[in-house]
Design a protein around this ligand. Structure first.
Ligand code: SF4
Length: 525
C-alpha cells in the first residue's frame, strides 16, 4: 500500500511539511519501509480542506490532517484497515461523510484526465509516471506514426489552446511545420500570470512528465530540434520538479540525441520569467528567451513563422501540451467524443473568491457554471447569494448569476462576455461592488503595462482615474461614456493582447451592472 500526501501550494500553506515529516518518522519508527510507501504528490485540487492525504489501494481520503494524526493513520488505517471517522470529509450542507475520494462531492462531477494522477504519483518520480503508462504515447508516436500522422491526429481531435484564445493547436503546429527554416522551436508557456490562476502549476508540479511528453511528441510532429520551457521564477517546488523531470528524462533516453533509438533528436532548455505580467505574451516571452527585455512586438508576422531568433516557434501553454499524450494514446476519435461540439476534452479551472471549496478542478467541457459552483465548489459561504462569476483574470469578464446555466465552452462563454481565458474563475457574492472589482483589475494592468504603446500606457491611466472617482461616488456626468470611448480606442489600437483586452472586464461589467457605475456619479455634478 502507499500513502499519498498532497504537496500542492494550498497544502504547503496549511502545514503539509510537518505531516510529510511525521509520516517519514513514523514509517521508520515502525520499520515499515518495505511495506508502506510514502508518495509526496502534486496538487490534489481540494485546497480548501488541506493538508490532504490519500491511502491506496483502498482510496481512503483524509482531509485537514495534522502531524499529530499520523501515528494513528499508520496504525489504524494503513495497517488495521479501519477508517478514522474524524478525518473523513463531512459535507457542510448535508452532514454526509465520504470515506473514499471518489465519493466526495467535490470530486464526483469532475473529469480528472490531466490531474487525476496527481494523487497517485510522486511528482519527482519518473518511474511512477512510467508505471501509469507514461511515455507510452511518445513511443507510439515515434515508432508507429509518421510526424504527419501525429499532426493529423491532433487536428482531428480539435485540441484548442488552453492559454486563453482557444486557437486550434493543430493548425498552429501546421504553420510552424510548413514554415521554411533550418531550425524550429517548440515552447511551453508556463508563465501563468492571470490573477487567481494556479492550473498550470498544478499540472507542472504534480505531473511534469506529462507536459514533457506532450512537448516531445509536438516537436516530432512539427520538426523542431529544440524546446524551451518558460515558467515562473517564484516557486522553488516548480523549479525543482521541472529540473528533476528533465534530468530523469535525459537519463532514460527520452531527451537528447536519438530518443529511444528512434533517430529523432530533441532537447529542452528552461527559462524563468522576470516577474512581469506581460512576459506571458507570446512575442514578449520569446524576447525574454533571447535574453532581451520582455516587450511585445507587432504580430503582422506570427511567432509560429518568426519567433525566437526569428525562427518558426510554436508556443502552447502547459495544459495544452499535457493533453497531447492523451490524444495520441487514446486516439482523436475518443478525444473528440468528450466535451461540446467546438470545445473538446476537459478543462482545468481554478476556483477562488466567495466559494466554499476553493481549489483546482477539472471538468468536461459542457459542464455548466452552476454545476462547477454548486455541485463541485459547494456553493457560496455564509448563506450569501451569488452575484456574478468572473472568468479570465484581469483581461476577462463577468457574467451575472442569472447566466450560470451557460456551459463551459470557449464560444458560449465569449458570447456572454465572460471569456474563459486560461480558466481562473472568481466567484462573487451579493456584497461585491463591481466598480471596485474592475478598479482592482485596472490597477493591476496599469502597473503591468510595459509602456511601449501610447493607447495602453496612457489609456489605462485615464480609465483608472475615472474608475477611482466613480468608486468614491465622485463621478462626473459623461464618465461612463468616456470609459467606453477609451475602451474602444484601446481594443483597436493597442499593440498587444494586454492592451487590446484590458478593457474587456469593464465592457462586460457595463453590459450587466451599468447601474452600479451610474450610482457612482455625483448627484450635483
Ligand atoms: Fe506594452 Fe500595453 Fe502596448 Fe502591450 S499594449 S505593448 S503591454 S503598452
Amino acid at each position: 500500500s502507499y500513502i499519498s500526501v498532497c504537496a500542492g501550494t494550498g497544502c504547503l500553506g496549511l502545514g503539509n511539511e510537518a505531516v510529510i515529516s511525521a509520516f517519514e518518522t513514523e514509517i521508520k519508527k515502525q520499520s515499515l519501509e518495505a511495506k508502506v510507501e510514502l508518495r509526496v504528490t502534486g496538487c490534489h485540487g481540494f485546497c480548501e480542506q488541506g493538508p490532504n492525504v490519500a491511502i491506496y489501494p483502498e482510496d481512503i481520503y483524509y482531509t485537514q490532517v495534522a502531524a499529530g494524526d499520523v501515528p494513528e493513520i499508520i496504525t489504524r488505517t494503513v495497517l488495521g484497515k479501519k477508517v478514522i471517522d474524524r478525518l473523513v470529509y463531512t459535507d457542510p450542507h448535508t452532514g454526509e461523510k465520504s470515506v473514499y475520494q471518489s465519493d466526495i462531492p467535490f470530486y464526483k462531477k469532475q473529469m480528472r484526465q490531466l490531474i487525476g494522477n496527481n494523487t497517485r504519483i510522486d511528482s519527482r518520480s519518473i518511474d511512477d509516471y512510467i508505471g501509469i503508462g507514461g511515455y507510452g504515447a511518445l513511443s507510439k508516436a515515434l515508432f508507429e506514426m509518421t510526424p504527419e500522422q501525429v499532426l493529423d491526429e491532433v487536428k482531428k481531435a480539435n485540441l484548442r489552446g488552453r492559454g486563453g484564445g482557444g486557437f486550434a493547436a493543430g493548425r498552429k503546429w501546421e504553420t510552424t511545420r510548413n514554415a521554411q527554416a533550418d531550425v524550429k522551436y517548440v515552447i511551453v508557456n508556463g508563465h501563468e500570470g492571470e490573477p487567481g490562476a494556479t492550473m498550470d502549476r498544478a499540472i507542472f508540479t504534480g505531473n511534469p512528465h506529462s507536459v514533457l511528453e506532450g512537448l516531445i511528441i509536438g516537436a516530432y510532429a512539427i520538426g523542431a530540434q529544440k524546446g524551451f520551457i518558460y515558467t515562473r521564477h517564484d516557486s522553488p517546488q516548480l523549479k525543482n520538479n521541472i529540473y528533476l523531470a528533465i534530468d530523469k528524462a535525459r537519463e532514460y533516453g527520452l531527451l537528447g540525441d536519438n530518443i529511444l533509438g528512434s533517430g529523432f533528436d530533441f532537447d529542452v532548455e528552461v527559462h524563468f520569467d522576470v516577474g512581469i505580467f506581460v512576459s506571458g505574451e507570446s512575442s514578449a516571452l520569446m524576447r525574454s528567451i533571447e535574453g532581451k527585455n520582455p516587450e511585445p512586438r507587432p504580430k503582422y508576422i506570427r511567432t509560429s513563422v518568426s519567433g525566437v531568433w526569428d525562427k518558426p516557434s510554436n508556443l502552447n501553454n502547459v495544459e495544452t501540451w499535457a493533453n497531447v499524450p492523451l490524444i495520441i494514446d487514446k486516439g482523436a476519435d475518443w478525444y473528440a467524443g468528450i466535451g461540446t461540439e467546438h470545445s473538446k476534452g476537459s478543462k482545468l479551472i481554478s476556483l477562488s473568491g466567495n466559494i466554499v471549496n476553493s481549489g483546482v478542478v477539472e471538468v468536461e467541457f459542457g459542464t455548466t457554471i452552476r454545476e462547477i459552483i454548486y455541485d463541485i465548489g459547494g456553493g457560496i459561504p455564509n448563506g450569501k447569494k451569488l452575484k456574478a462569476v468572473h472568468f479570465g483574470g484581469a483581461m476577462g469578464g463577468s457574467m451575472p448569476a442569472s447566466l450560470i446555466d451557460t456551459p463551459l465552452d470557449f464560444d458560449a462563454l465569449k458570447e456572454v462576455s465572460a471569456p474563459m481565458g486560461a480558466g481562473a474563475l472568481m466567484v462573487m457574492d451579493e456584497d461585491t461592488n463591481m466598480v471596485d472589482m474592475n478598479r482592482f483589475f485596472l490597477e493591476f494592468l496599469t502597473n503591468e503595462s510595459c509602456g511601449k504603446c501610447v493607447p495602453c500606457r496612457e489609456g489605462l491611466k485615464q480609465m483608472l482615474k475615472v474608475l477611482i472617482r466613480l468608486s468614491k461616488g465622485e463621478g462626473k456626468q459623461g464618465d461612463i461614456e468616456l470609459l467606453e470611448e477609451i475602451a474602444e480606442v484601446l481594443s483597436v489600437s493597442a499593440l498587444c493582447s494586454l492592451g487590446k483586452t484590458a478593457s474587456d472586464p469593464l465592457k462586460s461589467s457595463l453590459r450587466y451592472f451599468r447601474d452600479e457605475y451610474e450610482a457612482g456619479i455625483k448627484k450635483t455634478a
